[in-house]
Design a protein around this ligand. Structure first.
Ligand code: PLP
Ligand code: LYS
Length: 418
């Protein structure tokens, strides 16, 4: 459930008319709902009251500082994958002791900074990474808390580009080698083994892959115990899907309940790293129709948002709902491809959409709060969109629209004469 609903013939973000936001801040514009973010975080957090746990929101899904600060205030931890995400989590008031660091290519400077601020855990993905971590910790005279990201080899039945837990993927350590790699980690002098971690993919719409992965990791935790390696936390990663179209993903509460039941007789802290299921439906992308262009085979609505603002349709052929901000009663509907101004045939936001449109109309692309702005670029030298957060009847500009000067800052023209 989210807080973008129609009232008196127009779309509201919580209590604020989206058309007013577009007027005030211009388009394309990302709009986030604070109440939706809070609701989604609590959907994970509250059913776990009796279970030691930490919900580490995956910063990659939406790293806007205001979004992070809303979650930090609720007690969220953060799952980061770069030094940049670490600085953002800290700047937003995140507690370093609640940060876990994932990713296959952590650089020495990123590891150093994470050790200096004292993060909770490094989710390690390879033997060379273990050794790099041990070296950097030694240089700093500290010990690095680690878990190994184990690849449970379950098929999450999602888009191949966002499936991560299969043998064929670049992520994690093979299940069959996990005990051996843990033993190697235990032999290094500057590491503290504290957890086991996995993340099997994203936009997963059924529970069995998650629970199969969890069962495999529980077996591993027992094997490690027998080998004298005590594990204090189990990190199940993120990956729960959302409804973009006609998917029926499980609710976080049902997922969490199934996990809780499996942990009943164990003294393990549970960590989770949800991103999409917290942020996706807490955001929309608002765009204006520039022109309607009848084609020979189909009609196009050319809008002011493009693949540089929202790349998911072009990259994954992803379907996101596109709805009018002020629906028209009298105009007949037609079938449109909703396309941007970028010089690529792949620059579409949606295809074959039945809509009643006129030039100047506003459209809202739903479920754009995750993997939206964060994946935007300056392609075609377009400025990145502004971002606004709504809370009840209040609105906050949380990131200004980029300017051309900002785009060019840090570049220098090359003197080529002579
Ligand atoms: C290690 C890790 N944790 C968490 C996430 C968040 O996933 P999602 O947004 O699907 O919940 C990802 C992205 O897939 C990830 O790679
Ligand atoms: N960016 C992807 C998901 C990748 C998840 C990150 N590991 C998406 O938009 O669906």
């Amino acid at each position: 459930m989210d807080y973008f609903n129609y009232h008196d013939g127009q779309l509201l973000a919580e209590d604020v008319p989206v058309a007013e936001l577009a007027e005030q801040f211009g388009t394309p514009l990302y709009v986030y709902s604070r109440a939706t973010l809070e609701r989604h975080f609590r959907a994970y957090d509250e059913p776990l009251k009796e279970q030691p746990h930490l919900i580490c929101y995956a910063v990659k899904a939406n790293s806007n500082l205001a979004v992070l600060s809303v979650l930090a205030r609720l007690g969220a931890g953060f799952d980061i994958v770069s030094g940049g995400e670490l600085e953002r989590a800290l700047a937003a008031g995140g507690d370093p002791a609640r940060i876990v660091f994932s990713g296959v290519g952590k650089q020495p400077h990123e590891i150093r900074r994470a050790l200096e601020v004292g993060i909770k855990c490094f989710n390690v993905e390879s033997i060379p990474e273990l050794e790099r971590l041990d070296r950097v910790a030694e240089e700093l005279g500290v010990r690095a808390p680690i878990s190994l990201r184990v690849n449970p080899d379950v098929d999450p039945q999602t888009h191949p580009y966002i499936s991560t837990g299969l043998k064929a993927n670049k992520f994690g350590i093979a299940f069959d080698q996990a005990v051996e790699v843990y033993q190697h980690a235990a032999s290094l002098n500057h590491l503290d083994i504290i957890g086991v971690d996995c993340h099997i993919g994203s936009q997963i719409t059924s529970l069995p892959p998650f629970l199969d992965a969890m069962d495999r990791l529980l077996v591993l935790i027992d094997q490690l115990g027998e080998a004298g390696i005590q594990i204090h936390h189990l990190d199940l990663g993120g990956g729960l899907g959302v409804q973009y179209h006609d998917e029926t993903p499980p609710l976080p509460a049902d997922y969490v309940k199934a996990i809780r039941d499996r942990l009943a007789n164990r003294s393990l802290e549970l960590l989770m790293e949800p991103g999409r299921s917290i942020a996706a439906n807490a955001g929309i992308l608002v765009t204006r129709v520039e022109f309607l262009k009848p084609g020979e085979e189909k009609d196009f609505a050319i809008v002011d948002a493009a693949m540089n603002d929202l790349i998911r349709p072009a990259l994954y052929d992803a379907w996101q709902n596109i709805i009018p901000v002020q629906p028209r009663d009298e105009t007949p509907t037609r079938t449109y491809d909703i396309v941007g101004p970028i010089c690529e045939t792949g620059d579409f936001i949606g295809k074959h959409r039945e809509l009643a449109l006129a030039p100047g109309d506003l459209l809202a692309v739903r479920s754009a709060g995750a993997y939206g702005f964060v994946m935007s670029s300056n392609y075609n030298s377009r400025n990145r969109a502004a971002e606004v957060m709504v809370a009840g009847d209040r609105r906050y500009l949380v990131r200004q629209r980029e300017t051309y000067e900002q785009q060019m800052a840090g570049e220098f023209p090359l003197p080529i004469s002579g």
